[in-house]
Design a protein around this ligand. Structure first.
Ligand SMILES: Cc1ncc(COP(=O)(O)O)c(C=O)c1O
Length: 497
């Protein structure tokens, strides 16, 4: 649609009796041509120079006329490609054409998947295996309320006044002690997603390459894309270091982004030798590494290898963490650890949209960490999430047709990454599932390029075992008709590793 030039450019009458300046008369003539369909949607207008020569007017007149109709939302200019008709004319009653005013960066953020995940998760009619939430029904509500009241009573100034952009000193100190770094290297975030966005804004120029997990966390894909980066996938399940080196050589990325423990969405954990090799490659090719450690404490029995941040001897790693999965996503609290200079720069970028993370939550969580209550809660979650995974596995086995779904059994985290039988599409299944009140995430949302149409992600952590069983039975009910059209022997309701 965006590629053809208008072959029969209409005869524009700009010298008639209509008053106003010449560029306005030209703008009116162009708008009229759009209105009557002489300039249809998607057509490319002649270059300013060509039209000026054709009409015998100055190039400035044409440029001003193009700007005028762009401001009315009728055309849109793309640098290096030309000016295209993008909308029909509007009557006086039509709402203001906001879309025509959007910045290029905003137009790169069009994927609605995250929004869907959050609305399904908060809809009581839907059993959601979609959004990544921990066992919120086990949240220490009483303790949290008690600490909140205590802080408001004893330290209202810290709770209610302004605070430093880098974060409340008590929380920075608590995170620093827990993670084993100096306090100056900690930046408190309004969620880990903010950290990814800040790093993207701070480090990426349009056109820079980023190599990231494939499939990988879709919030990271969105943050890097919005910064204008060229996002290149590295196959995380194969974790082939030769492939990673090829990508570094070919694309010379500024950043590698990886989620090495209980990865979202696959649940896989990068073994120690590969972690060391990744760091060696990053140092050799002078590429910064963003380590997303969101799930690393949520192992079932055995902790993952040490974070890349602690294995790194050269200082190439920025580590991002979150309290969303260890406590609750609604707290909107995360942190990052990086070299002091980077922390200062990121804090300056943060100030542009979020002068500081809300104080009250920071102060409560600092207390939870200090009193050892966070660790206690995380231990509880490990056991509870493992039970929920077992319930999901057992019900999938029981309710779905034999040999219909394969998945990787994770050793922690919150997700079951599943492969559908050949020819079955996750998007089709999702449509039926939503109709039946059950949600999951279609696999293609996690791919930067093509891929994932036959894969899906189920979050097993967020709902109690009984609800998991009911949800899987609902999924099975919409699965049956789907299966009729496909082979029944494609994979297996069984872990593949
Ligand atoms: C890998 C990963 N990183 C970051 C986030 C965002 O976390 P937060 O809620 O702290 O912004 C998520 C949330 O699902 C995630 O899965």
């Amino acid at each position: 649609m965006w590629n053809h030039v208008c072959m029969n450019f209409p005869d524009l009458q700009i010298n008639g009796r209509a008053g106003g300046s010449r560029y306005l008369r030209l703008a009116e003539a162009l708008a009229a041509a759009v209105a009557c369909g002489d300039l249809p949607l998607g057509v490319r207008l002649p270059s300013e120079r060509d039209l000026a020569a054709r009409l015998g007017v100055s190039r400035t007149t044409v440029a001003s006329a193009y700007r005028e109709i762009e401001s009315r939302g009728l055309v849109r200019g793309h640098v290096g490609r030309g000016t295209f008709v993008c909308a029909g004319p509007e009557g006086d009653e039509a709402p203001f054409a906001w879309r025509g005013k959007l910045a290029r960066g905003a137009l790169r953020s069009l994927d609605p998947t995250l929004g869907h995940l959050m609305s399904w998760a908060s809809n009581p009619e839907v059993i959601s295996f979609a959004a990544g939430v921990p066992a919120l029904d086990r949240f220490p509500t009483e303790l949290f309320a008690q600490l909140t009241a205590e802080i408001l009573r004893t330290n209202p100034a810290a709770a209610l006044g302004h605070g430093p952009s880098e974060g409340q000193p008590r929380l920075r100190a608590a995170i620093a002690r827990r993670f084993g770094v100096p306090r100056e290297r900690v930046l408190v975030l309004t969620g880990a997603q903010q950290g990814l966005d800040l790093v993207a804004r701070c480090m990426l120029d349009p056109g820079d390459a980023v190599v990231m997990d494939r499939p990988g966390y879709l919030g990271a894909i969105q943050a890097f894309r919005a910064a204008g980066a060229h996002v290149v996938g590295w196959d995380v399940l194969r974790a082939d270091m030769g492939e990673l080196e090829d990508l570094l050589l070919r694309y010379r990325p500024k950043l590698i982004y990886t989620n090495p423990s209980f990865q979202n969405p696959t649940g896989r954990t990068l073994p120690l030798p590969e972690r060391q090799e990744l760091l060696a490659l990053a140092a050799r090719y002078r590429t910064a590494v963003i380590e997303d450690g969101t799930y690393e404490e949520l192992y079932f029995t055995k902790p993952p290898p040490p974070p890349l941040y602690h294995l790194d001897r050269r200082g190439v790693v920025i580590h991002v963490g979150s309290f969303s999965k260890m406590l609750a996503p609604g707290l909107r609290l995360g942190w990052l650890v990086a070299a002091e200079a980077i922390v200062g720069q990121l804090a300056l970028v943060k100030q542009r949209t979020d002068a500081q993370t809300a104080n009250l939550g920071q102060l409560v969580v600092a207390e939870l960490i200090g009193g050892g209550r966070l660790d206690e809660h995380v231990r509880l979650l490990r056991a509870e999430h493992a039970r929920r995974l077992a319930a999901m596995e057992a019900e999938l086995e029981r309710a779905l047709p034999q040999r219909s779904l394969s998945y990787i059994r994770p050793e922690g985290g919150m997700y079951l990454w599943c492969r559908l039988p050949a020819r079955m599409l996750a998007r089709d299944l999702l449509e039926r599932a939503i109709g039946a009140g059950i949600a999951f995430v279609n696999g293609d949302a996690f791919y930067t390029e093509d891929g994932g149409s036959g894969e899906l992600r189920l979050c097993f952590a967020g709902v109690p075992a009984e609800t998991i069983r009911a949800g899987v039975r609902k999924l099975a009910a919409v699965w049956e008709p789907e299966m009729g059209a496909t082979s029944r022997v494609a994979a297996g309701v069984a872990p593949v590793v």
